[in-house]
Design a protein around this ligand. Sequence first.
Ligand SMILES: *[C@@H]1O[C@H](CO)[C@@H](O)[C@H](O)[C@H]1NC(C)=O
Ligand SMILES: *[C@@H]1O[C@H](CO)[C@@H](O)[C@H](O)[C@H]1NC(C)=O
Ligand SMILES: *[C@@H]1O[C@H](CO)[C@@H](O)[C@H](O)[C@H]1NC(C)=O
Ligand SMILES: *[C@@H]1O[C@H](CO)[C@@H](O)[C@H](O)[C@H]1NC(C)=O
Length: 384
Amino acid sequence: MKVLLLLVSLAVGLCFGNQVRSKRQALSDALRWPNNTMNYYYEDGFPLEMQAMFRDAFNYLKSHTCLNFVNNKDAENAVYIRNRVSCWSALGMRSGEHQELSLDYPCAHFGVALHETMHALGIAHGQARTDRDKYLIVEAEDHNDYINEDTTLSVPFDYGSVMLYWRTERRFPKDPEYNYTMGSLRVGFYDMILLNEYYGCNCEKHPVKLDCKNGGYQNPANCDECTCTDGFKGQTCDELDGHILSASTEWRPLYYGGPYSKTLEKSMAPKNVFFHVTVSTDYLQEVLSKKTLFQAPEGSTIEVRTTRLEGFFCHFTCDWNGVELKYLTDRRMTSPLTCCDDDNLWNKTRSSTNNPFVIVKYGEDKGPRFQFEYRYLPGNLTSS
Ligand SMILES: *[C@@H]1O[C@H](CO)[C@@H](O)[C@H](O)[C@H]1NC(C)=O
Ligand SMILES: *[C@@H]1O[C@H](CO)[C@@H](O)[C@H](O)[C@H]1NC(C)=O
Ligand SMILES: *[C@@H]1O[C@H](CO)[C@@H](O)[C@H](O)[C@H]1NC(C)=O
Ligand SMILES: *[C@@H]1O[C@H](CO)[C@@H](O)[C@H](O)[C@H]1NC(C)=O
């Protein structure tokens, strides 16, 4: 735990720093990489564990977009990846240059490697969006907090975006429920949509149109399948990924104690009410993270509340681990993340008409344990 604390406290000061040569953090056509291909190469002796983070980040991006990453130091334009002080990148492609991108030990993480790569691809910070003042209070700005007039707003503001900074006393969400959501090192579902729209990645020319369910969309990386929101899988995202739990009209508890726990409830009753639980085993592969779901009769409302959080690493952001009760109707959007139980934010009852209601536990699987309660409120089913 000491090591973790040290890394995190250093990361606060150093992480995500964005190298800005001009003050304008523009997103314009000129900054896109031609042929959807970002060239890169590492400096001699660049640590292998950091190369692994970029490999995973590139693989993540390649499997969610039409982008390619080519190791080519002879290309006219390329990203020169180095281990310098702090983590930063130029914004967008710098024509005719070998632009630098730095990853440093205190901020070395898959999510940061991906964040900096997104900068190199032309994506600005979440707090640089022109609509950010609707969602954030930003009292003192450094260059990382400037609004960028050229940001595209093709996706809604998401507190869970990997491009949004953590909360400080001078940069915090208008809605305090998102106090621990800002600064996420998970990749927001909308982050990949933004990138796909920016680079024109889509499946419009693909002969087969898939009817993707539950917020999914046809994957530009492989148009024969859909990209699914958390908790769903299968070609059209109509399969539940995780363990199913049944809700009743009474509150039921579920205690999740890690991969060797035998406390998992798998009740089959009542009809058409399912609950689905799994837990992430690898923080760096959040896309594979296990999910929790259940189903209730049509027209009903599902309620979930967290009642215990144990062993989670709790600080100013739930970047390392946490629980997401995905109650927002838009399954693509990040709902408030919790990992700390020392205030009144973590144990709110969340209601949703989404069926199933998805719960995500993410982060280290072995230590953290949590308990939640769930039930459904019946809808008006009698009239027909
Ligand atoms: C475009 O990128 C693809 C994949 O990296 C590559 O095979 C192809 O040669 C590139 N085309 C041009 C014109 O650079
Ligand atoms: C949310 O964060 C802000 C800024 O750090 C703080 O002033 C506020 O008290 C927090 N709200 C809650 C409910 O924790
Ligand atoms: C939520 O947790 C706080 C702090 O432990 C507690 O004071 C409060 O009563 C809890 N609220 C509910 C609704 O359980
Ligand atoms: C059920 O019907 C009542 C009376 O028509 C209405 O007030 C209520 O909003 C309905 N509830 C739902 C969940 O549709």
